[in-house]
Design a protein around this ligand. Structure first.
Ligand SMILES: [Ca+2]
Length: 503
């Protein structure tokens, strides 16, 4: 275990902060456009940044299943956002526990606030009290939204947004349709009202977490999970966070189109379409350059809004005298493609959909260097937090504790991390059954395969020379040996790529 420098008899608390759909668009992760002072400050204080941290699946529900169970997709078998935890518990038996539940079983107080497992998903065994969810409708939601669809409309707070909802809803009804497809009459893709943080559910979640910390009695160490929806479309944030950026000066990162030679189906659905136009996922839609810029601006505004919430949580730790004995984890469920490859969304297997930030703050920790470039992945968080807090790691966990990297961020580590994807029900063009991917420190290999397992298409990118993934080396016959070597690693799987023993 890393030396925290402030060992006490009490096990450390854990503040686990997660949001949606953000890659590492954060200053301390090297993003020169981002305004993220609170995360950047924490990164300079007893923290280690994981610069090559990846999700197992570029979608909310499956990725969160990996994170909270420590199990990989072939084990969780969660491929979409439908119900998961009751079925998984029944399959795994009584020894299974989610990460917060495992802490509960080992003497921790466990509390969950807002968007942790997925959306309004409940898993009451994980927490001492049921996870806090906002009560709907919020006062800002007008009464014309159908009651059974409120969870599609709480994102917006402005009159303008609800006027658009009403207009779209009226048009949909006038065409003879029943009001049973909320994706057809959603509000705008972005919103920038001049309101305080707590006008949104996200700020209210922060307030709830602060209240919890203010009333914490200190009898047990705690595991407090605070999950935000910030980062997920639509990009709604108070105006002051939009004003931190000049849209004209923002540059869209990455290659402008999909890799030459790849079929169109390597891109999944067009996620923002349902907010820009009154069709759902059933027509081809490509963002214009102006829409890409608007969405990128919105995503940065959302990131700064999230950063401000993190600042409020850290301040509450300090005011309650908890800062010196609390491990703080900051991460997201998966990444997002913000215009790279001419695509906006997460439904693909490219680097930006899978690359996520991970920052771990350990009280008193003196990092040999501020960041590690070694590979890590979401299933590693479960065993990492167990080791950092002195808990045993359950046998079902399929990740590796990252604790040794705190002592030596450059030590030999995993050869590869792994990811998967299956097309969503709303992908217009379902060209494959499953994609399996592998990322080494240098390469990303993805094999798109049919149901029997035959390869339909392969992508290979060399991140040392092509970080934008603009040239698919798998199409180059001269790279056949390299492709074969990496496919063999992919087929050998994660057990063959575990961290090397230190010499
Ligand atoms: Ca998500």
């Amino acid at each position: 275990m890393p030396q925290t420098g402030q060992q006490t008899d009490q096990q450390p608390n854990v503040l686990f902060i997660i949001s949606h759909d953000f890659g590492p668009r954060i200053g301390c992760f090297g993003d020169t456009q981002a305004v993220t002072p609170n995360i950047d400050r924490l990164a300079q204080q007893n923290s280690l940044r994981f610069e090559r941290h990846f999700a197992q699946w570029p979608l909310c529900g499956p990725s969160r299943a990996n994170l909270w169970t420590g199990c990989r997709p072939p084990t969780t078998q969660r491929y979409d956002n439908t119900s998961f935890f009751p079925e998984f518990r029944a399959r795994m038996g009584p020894d299974f526990a989610t990460l917060p539940e495992h802490f509960r079983r080992h003497g921790y107080a466990s509390a969950g606030i807002w968007h942790l497992l997925h959306g309004f998903e409940r898993d009451d065994s994980s927490w001492d009290e049921p996870c806090w969810h906002p009560s709907l409708p919020t006062p800002e939601i007008p009464d014309f939204v159908p009651r059974n669809q409120l969870d599609h409309f709480y994102w917006w707070v402005s009159d303008e947004a609800f006027a658009l909802v009403k207009e779209r809803m009226g048009r949909w009804q006038a065409q003879g349709h029943p009001l049973n497809e909320p994706r057809r009459y959603r509000g705008p893709a972005v919103e920038a009202p001049d309101v305080p943080d707590n006008a949104y559910v996200e700020g209210q979640a922060t307030e709830q977490a602060i209240n919890w910390l203010n009333h914490y009695d200190g009898q047990k160490p705690f595991f407090l999970g605070v999950g935000y929806e910030i980062g997920h479309l639509p990009f709604c944030a108070p105006k002051k966070y939009w004003d931190l950026y000049n849209r004209d000066h923002l540059s869209i990162p990455g290659a402008a189109d999909q890799p030459p030679g790849s079929p169109d189906w390597v891109r999944g659905d067009k996620e923002p379409a349902q907010y820009y136009w009154q069709h759902s996922y059933d027509k081809v839609w490509h963002p214009t350059f102006e829409q890409q810029k608007e969405l990128l601006h919105g995503h940065y505004a959302a990131m700064s809004y999230w950063d401000a919430q993190i600042g409020r949580l850290i301040e509450a730790l300090e005011q309650n005298g908890l800062r010196d004995n609390t491990v703080i984890v900051i991460t997201t469920d998966h990444g997002f493609t913000d215009g790279q490859h001419g695509y906006v969304g997460k439904h693909n297997m490219w680097e930006d959909a899978l690359h996520v930030p991970l920052l771990i703050h350990l009280p008193g920790y003196q990092p040999p260097q501020p960041a590690t470039e070694r590979l890590s992945e979401h299933v590693d968080l479960y065993p990492t937090l167990c080791e950092l807090c002195g808990l045993p790691v359950p046998a079902f966990v399929e990740g590796s504790s990252l604790a040794p990297l705190f002592d030596d961020p450059q030590r030999p580590w995993k050869e590869a991390v792994f990811s998967w994807r299956r097309p969503m029900y709303h992908d217009l063009n379902k060209g494959y059954h499953q994609a399996r991917g592998l990322r080494t420190e240098r390469y990303r290999l993805t094999v798109y395969q049919n149901e029997p397992g035959d390869a339909l298409h392969i992508e290979l990118f060399d991140h040392q020379h092509d970080p934008l993934e603009s040239v698919n080396l798998a199409l180059d016959p001269a790279k056949a040996d390299l492709v074969a070597n990496l496919r063999a690693k992919l087929d050998a799987g994660w057990r063959a790529a575990l961290p090397q023993k230190k010499l």
